[in-house]
Design a protein around this ligand. Structure first.
Ligand code: DC
Length: 232
């Protein structure tokens, strides 16, 4: 039997990383971890506990003190077999996908003590390999030794449209321009923060999926996966 590998999928927000990562994991029987959901869950905690100040900045001291009590984990929906994020045991999957969390998550993800806690947990999850993890710094910081690294991108307009479609399909009333602005702002903050900024690892394969269908990108990833496993 071939050795199990680590698949690191990084890239810009809303470019379909999680869809392709989830599909691959299901197909090859690997564990899927959405690390963005972990930063979103910490953000939800900070929002619920009034840790955002009126100027939009985070009360870092309060969050740092609370971090040991913020438990982020994943549960598996018995019906769909899809993972959902949990905050101290509560399924918060729905809450973390809304605009409120989306527009507050970047400053939380830029805090070194939050990143340290999440990175440690992610590395533990990947100890036994057989994992597909998506995020911003998986191939650069969390698993620099990953056997397959992919960096995914698409134009900001295409990504905003995808997010708009996703949220409206869930019955949410949203504004395209607002989403586009959020996507652009997050790109900027994610790429310019001092700790673990979003960047393509030198050995990552680049995938621009602006003009690819979901089926096409899925096939592309599966082929890269089979090649990586064959190299083991
Ligand atoms: O992938 P997403 O949009 O759900 O991610 C939410 C936020 O978390 C995004 O602004 C970037 C940040 N993030 C990060 O800094 N590092 C990761 N490994 C994953 C996400």
């Amino acid at each position: 039997m071939k050795k199990k590998i680590i698949v690191a999928i990084d890239g810009h927000s809303s470019c379909g990383k999680s869809t392709m990562a989830k599909d691959l994991a299901r197909e090859v029987g690997y564990i899927y971890v959405d690390t963005g959901a972990m930063y979103r869950t910490v953000t939800l905690y900070a929002l619920r506990h009034g840790m955002f100040q009126s100027d939009g900045t985070v009360n870092e001291e309060a969050l740092r003190e609370a971090m040991p009590t913020v438990q982020v984990s994943f549960g598996l929906d018995p019906a769909t077999q899809l993972p959902h994020a949990c905050l101290n045991g509560e399924n918060v999957e729905n809450d973390i996908r809304g605009m409120e969390v989306s527009s507050h998550v970047s400053p939380i993800a830029a805090l070194p003590f939050v990143r340290e806690a999440m990175t440690r947990q992610q590395q533990l999850m990947g100890q036994a390999k057989g994992i597909v993890m998506d995020g911003r710094d998986i191939g650069t910081v969390v698993f620099p030794q990953a056997e397959l690294k992919v960096f995914v991108t698409a134009s900001a307009e295409v990504r905003a449209q995808r997010r708009y479609d996703e949220l409206t399909a869930k019955g949410k009333t949203v504004n395209y321009e607002e989403i586009l602005q959020n996507v652009t702002e997050r790109d900027y903050i994610d790429s310019h923060r001092s700790v673990a900024p979003l960047r393509q690892a030198p050995d990552a394969l680049l995938l621009d999926n602006s003009h690819l269908t979901i089926a096409e990108q899925k096939a592309w990833l599966r082929q890269r996966f089979d090649e990586a496993v064959a190299r083991q």
